[in-house]
Design a protein around this ligand. Structure first.
Ligand SMILES: [Zn+2]
Length: 410
């Protein structure tokens, strides 16, 4: 404990120094008049379905409701909360209709917490439509939805996106209506955000993610093209993420998929297209580290277009490059279960080590997230969930349908 505290203090000092380094996407939004481009708006749902423009706020809300009206058996619409100006922070929750008893891990996409980084906003709407429209026709998407609960929040900062009014994104800005950068306003491993400075958009988001057990997520930004994996608070030399090898493989798969369509994509930060967050530049109080550290979720930050306000005529091209990769990233939630060793240890989070009792031969499957102290045991005809999160470390013998399993909570 003392050692951890000392390490944290040392890192805190270092972070304060490094935090002075300007962040590429930290500059104030450019005056639009200096960079004229077309940011065409869809003012009707039909126009939006051409997928060559951005939605007005009203069309955005209408489209999210339209998904539920069109596919009521596949999705529902959650309201995460409301922004300072009263705009809705929405999340479409989707899963397949296959009524099996299988434990379905929860996946979360959230975009545009920086209100002017709007490529991901468009991506998320198009992704919702693609997943829902392909269910029952595409075997891979049908299987993905049947095995996964997918939550998509297209816009985490609608006041920023519609800072110039609901009918345009041309005056969109990074900040919320209090002019606070929402990605510097989360508790992080140093815990330096107090509850009274927490912005309402983030308060709502924290409440929402706390109600769920997201295993894998991505927070989508723009301004660069790079996959930024945890940690943001530490360089990899200070503290390498315990699943860094897995992260790098996941990032590489994303970038490789995109490069099948464009060789120049994801090259503006480095040639490989991915980087450990702190190695790029250290930040404090970002959402990525909050999700990883406090929610025990695996979240990375996707910077999906060098141009924050991608011209509307480029939207189709960017979707064609990244659409498959965005779907494949959701599938990684299942590689998380297969790949990550279950007996890893860490100084800060509780991990559960699992070993099957040697005298028994029934199958033991462990699904994420073992860091929460949850164990999921496949019994052949269903999944049994056992929650050890409130239990002390120790050895537990579990009796599940007459079979015994030894579970070690480290
Ligand atoms: Zn950003």
């Amino acid at each position: 404990m003392k050692k951890t505290l000392l390490t944290l203090l040392a890192c805190l000092t270092l972070t304060s120094a490094l935090a002075q380094k300007p962040r590429p996407d930290a500059f104030p939004p450019m005056d639009d008049s200096l960079a004229p481009k077309s940011l065409t708006m869809a003012t009707t749902l039909d126009e939006m379905y051409r997928w060559d423009r951005y939605p007005t706020y009203e069309v955005y809300v209408e489209m999210m409701n339209h998904f539920v009206e069109t596919y009521p058996e596949l999705c529902r619409l959650d309201t995460i909360g409301t922004s300072l100006r009263g705009r809705l922070i929405l999340c479409l929750a989707m899963t397949g209709t296959d009524d099996n008893d299988i434990y379905r891990p929860e996946f979360f996409y959230s975009s545009t917490m920086h209100g002017d980084e709007i490529t991901g906003f468009y991506f998320m709407l198009r992704l919702c439509d693609t997943l829902l429209a392909s269910y029952g026709t595409s075997p891979q998407i049908t299987s993905l939805l049947d095995r996964t609960r997918i939550y998509i929040n297209p816009n985490a900062n609608p006041d920023g996106t519609y800072a110039g009014g609901n009918s345009s994104v041309s005056r969109s800005m990074r900040y919320n209506a209090n002019y606070v950068d929402l990605n510097r306003n989360y508790p992080d491993p140093f815990g330096s955000v107090s509850l009274d400075t927490l912005q309402c958009e983030n308060k709502a988001m924290i409440a929402y993610v706390s109600q769920h057990r997201f295993e894998l997520s991505a927070n989508i930004h723009g301004g660069s093209e790079v996959m930024n994996y945890p940690w943001d608070s530490f360089t990899s030399r200070e503290r390498r993420h315990e699943h860094a090898d897995w992260w790098e493989a996941v990032c590489k798969r994303y970038v490789d998929t995109c490069r099948q369509h464009s060789r120049s994509i994801f090259t503006d930060v480095n040639s490989q297209g991915y980087i450990e967050g702190g190695d790029w530049y250290v930040i404090s109080n970002g959402r990525q580290d909050y999700m990883n550290y406090y929610q025990h979720c695996h979240e990375l930050t996707m910077e999906v277009s060098s141009d924050k306000k991608l011209a509307s005529e480029s939207l189709q091209r960017y979707w064609n490059i990244q659409g498959d990769a965005l779907i494949n990233y959701i599938k990684e939630i299942h590689s998380l279960a297969d790949t990550i060793p279950h007996d890893t240890t860490s100084g800060d989070t509780t991990h559960v080590g699992i070993s099957q009792h040697s005298t028994l031969n029934s199958q033991l499957s462990v699904y994420p997230n073992p860091t929460r102290g949850e164990v999921f045991i496949s019994t052949g005809d269903g999944i049994r969930r056992i929650d050890l999160s409130d239990r002390p470390a120790g050895v537990y013998i579990l009796n599940v349908k007459g079979r015994h399993y030894k579970v070690i909570k480290l």
